[in-house]
Design a protein around this ligand. Sequence first.
Ligand SMILES: Cc1cc2nc3c(=O)[nH]c(=O)nc-3n(C[C@H](O)[C@H](O)[C@H](O)COP(=O)(O)OP(=O)(O)OC[C@H]3O[C@@H](n4cnc5c(N)ncnc54)[C@H](O)[C@@H]3O)c2cc1C
Length: 308
Amino acid sequence: MNQCENASIPNTFGMDVKARLFIEYYSLDELRQVLREHKGEPFLHIGQGSNLLFTKDFEGVILHSGMARARFIDDETVEAQNGLRLDDMIAQLTDMGYSGLEKLSLIPGEVGASAVQNVGAYGVEAKDVILRVNTINVETLEERVFTNEECRFGYRDSIFKHELKGKYIVTSVVYKVKPGEASKTREEIIQTRMAKLPAVGEVGSAGSFFMNPFVPQQQAGELLKRYPDMPHFPVEGGLVKIPAAWLIEQCGWKGKTLGGAQVWPKQPLVIVNADHATPEDIIDLADAISKSVKDKFGITISPEVNYI
Ligand SMILES: Cc1cc2nc3c(=O)[nH]c(=O)nc-3n(C[C@H](O)[C@H](O)[C@H](O)COP(=O)(O)OP(=O)(O)OC[C@H]3O[C@@H](n4cnc5c(N)ncnc54)[C@H](O)[C@@H]3O)c2cc1C
């Protein structure tokens, strides 16, 4: 394993933050050893740091997995280790003539977080292709397999973000795939995303900053009387999904800056680190956006990004 004190924490927002200790492990035995040796200390397991906003240095242990292999269990089942980049896996599967995950192409981040976050794009979510999730309990160090149902997946959500937050480390994820040509779809999605979203490594961001809100039908109906062009999508439970990007754009935020933070001109759901933004710049801009959406539409929008 690799250990480094006072180490910079990788994060796609480009925040300049340090961890008291950064540890990368390369096997389950090493992971167990780290958890045993650092029991009781504050810790955070990260992937690529592409959905995190670090607001200050982390006075604890940041854990990262260097395990990045995938293997076929059978013709339609792939197990991928937590530290493998999701897009690297999709690229490999596509090259090998397998389909199922191609709509998730180019989503940053690693396999472990794909399950924690239930990542999604273009009508597909990780939950649609995940069969089970293998974990280690950070207290008992025992392995536990979560079925898809037990993960209680929801919109950008899973049990690992709530009841079991910080209690289990996802060590590998088992996905279902099927033989099929996916390269055309993958290429189209890559082109669309590159045209719309800031490129990781070039512009700091954590992707969509806010989640799309769900409002009761009655509230949506009243809003539609005032804003007939408002995009809206009925979902389960008598709720209606309203795209947060539309709400933010209607409030005039597209391209606006506050300190070093900016609302991405091509996609107003994304806040970027345009010019040496501090965490406060990002938070102030996010708060100002939320407030104006609440004032104009009476809708609360919540961050998708995890503040640390
Ligand atoms: C440009 C850009 C575009 C994006 N587009 C999309 C998109 O289209 N759809 C989408 O859903 N998301 C999108 N995202 C968000 C991001 O890619 C996902 O949330 C991704 O799953 C984060 O992966 P990560 O490895 O970087 O996790 P991190 O950001 O490092 O961690 C995310 C959370 O998962 C936890 N975690 C990480 N690994 C483990 C593990 N092994 N075990 C337990 N907990 C763990 C962390 O503690 C944290 O709570 C985008 C981000 C960027 C920067």
